[in-house]
Design a binder for this molecule. Structure first.
Ligand SMILES: Nc1ncnc2c1ncn2[C@@H]1O[C@H](COP(=O)(O)OP(=O)(O)OP(=O)(O)O)[C@@H](O)[C@H]1O
Ligand SMILES: [Mg+2]
Ligand SMILES: [Mg+2]
Length: 496
């Protein structure tokens, strides 16, 4: 079947934008595309696509900061962008995934690209590529296209610096088509996407180190030994000067919340310092923090902004009764980071607020994730910090089906309740386990932990609001986590 995508040119921008998103979602592929030979084949095609788009020269001249890692890539890039903008540089930032609108992935001078520009650049690339497709050379897949689009946008807009977040892995990631970044960063490594990247930290680290380029300096945060060994090996083969940066001093105010952000911020500082030096802006050495940071670094770090990471949002209908704590954590390590952040927030709030509060978990994770590595960590870390969930709610994500262009993954679990019922069983069994292991009478009540499965997020939000209306003296503090898509769905819902 042939589908012809027609760009509506009736002057109605929102209609044009919608048809652009439709065309974009035609590039979403099913799972299975990551068979290893397919991966390298797809990667090689990127060089061809760049030629078709006449972007080879522009990309080779771009001044790029390239960041891979399991967790903290987006935050690190966001800090780096914010710092460099304070130096008056024109910045281009490419991150993933997005929460509500695909344009979040492309920022020019810190601001999401306009619909108008997005539509124009999109069709320019889409038509050029479509003309050259054949059986041997198919259209690029979703993420690949977005990366090419980023190059097109940043080249045409003539930015001074491009900050590029790897989509997945490193070696075969579409962003790795670049040949000579100014500096590379590897943020915290951990276990995620193992079916693609490998099941040991060493294998995962090797994939991420695939972004190292001969002679290009690189920085990383303190890593587990197994990962660090591989990063060092890969670096020395390519004569990459790889340095480990300590977390930033916690006295520095950051625009992104959570203790783990000090790791990301430290990495961003090292990347920016090196970048600035490379383009001839000498700053006092920020790699040695005892000197204190330059004012522009301080301002950049404290103004950085990224949606859905440790974000506190009151409900749009009942702002006094319901507050959402949103964090897109979806790996074991980030669950712990999220639990620590949430508990801290709750405790701070208890001190400053008279109203009684109740903590509720609103959770989902994609079926590629192993919930038995996520929920127990989240629960026990919160309890360690003295915060317990009275109730837990499990819902499917909406975006994977309904939001055009919102995700490159169609999650097979999203349509049925089986997955959510499994999450609920796991949660209940954790609660029962705790109740059994604590014979003290004050723990008895925990046997009645209440958990619910709703067939959609809007139903869950309605239920929360009904309950909040009924019990006016209680403030609901709802932790929404497990999936960035869930966080995006909720933001979209409560924005209305
Ligand atoms: N250094 C870190 N260590 C552990 N967890 C982290 C770290 N940085 C961020 N996180 C957690 O990971 C979540 C996503 O953060 P961020 O967007 O910066 O990472 P990412 O690597 O871009 O993730 P993704 O794989 O979704 O693109 C955050 O909400 C937070 O819970
Ligand atoms: Mg990831
Ligand atoms: Mg990201």
């Amino acid at each position: 079947m042939f589908i012809i995508y027609v760009e509506e040119d009736d002057g109605d921008l929102s209609g044009r934008y919608q048809s652009t998103l439709d065309a974009l979602s035609s590039l979403i592929t099913k799972r299975g595309r990551f068979a290893s030979n397919n991966q390298s084949h797809r990667f090689r095609l990127l060089f061809h696509y760049l030629k078709v788009l006449e972007l080879e020269d522009a990309v080779s001249q771009m001044k790029i900061i390239h960041v891979a890692g399991t967790k903290g890539k987006g935050s690190t890039c966001t800090f780096a962008e914010s710092i460099l903008r304070c130096y008056g540089l024109r910045t281009g930032l490419f991150t993933s995934p997005h929460l509500i609108d695909v344009r979040e992935r492309f920022r020019l001078n810190g601001i999401e690209i306009s619909q108008e520009k997005f539509v124009d650049y999109f069709w320019c690339c889409f038509h050029k590529l479509k003309e050259k497709t054949s059986n041997e050379v198919p259209m690029p897949t979703y993420f690949c296209f977005l990366a090419l689009l980023a190059f097109k946008i940043f080249a045409t807009e003539q930015v001074d610096v491009v900050i590029l977040e790897v989509g997945l892995g490193g070696r075969f990631d579409a962003t790795n088509v670049i040949q000579k970044p100014v500096v590379c960063g590897i943020s915290s490594l951990g276990y995620d996407h193992m079916e693609i990247l490998g099941y040991t930290l060493a294998e995962i680290a090797a994939e991420k180190a695939g972004i190292f380029k001969s002679g290009v300096p690189a920085f990383t945060v303190p890593q587990p030994d197994e990962a660090m060994r591989v990063l060092n090996e890969k670096a020395s083969k390519l004569e990459v000067n790889l340095q480990v940066v300590p977390p930033l001093d916690t006295s520095q105010r950051l625009g992104l919340q959570g203790e783990h952000q000090y790791l990301n911020a430290g990495l961003a500082v090292a990347l920016c310092f090196t970048f600035l030096k490379e383009i001839g802006i000498e700053e006092k050495n920020c790699l040695n923090q005892t000197n204190g940071l330059p004012a522009k670094f301080i301002s950049g770090l404290s103004n950085a902004y990224l949606m859905g990471r440790a974000m506190v949002v009151p409900d749009s209908e009942l702002p006094e009764e319901i507050v959402y704590y949103l964090d897109g954590a979806h790996s074991p390590e980030s669950m712990v980071a999220c639990a620590i952040w949430f508990s801290k927030q709750i405790k701070q709030n208890q001190e400053s607020n008279q109203k009684r509060s109740e903590q509720i978990l609103l959770f989902n994770c994609m079926s590629v994730r192993d919930p038995s590595l996520l929920l127990p960590r989240l629960r026990s870390k919160c309890i360690d910090q003295g915060v317990d969930f009275k109730r837990a709610i499990f819902v499917p994500n909406v975006s994977v089906y309904n939001q055009v262009g919102s995700s490159s993954n169609v999650d097979p679990s999203a349509g049925s309740r089986t997955w959510q019922l499994g999450l609920q069983r796991l949660w209940e069994s954790l609660a029962r386990g705790e109740a059994r292991s604590n014979s003290r009478s004050d723990y008895k009540g925990k046997e009645e932990v209440k958990s619910f499965v709703f067939s959609s997020l809007p139903l869950a939000v309605d239920w929360l609001r009904d309950n909040a209306r009924q019990s006016k003296q209680v403030r609901f503090q709802v932790l929404v986590t497990g999936s960035l898509h869930l966080v995006g769905d909720l933001l979209r819902l409560i924005k209305k």
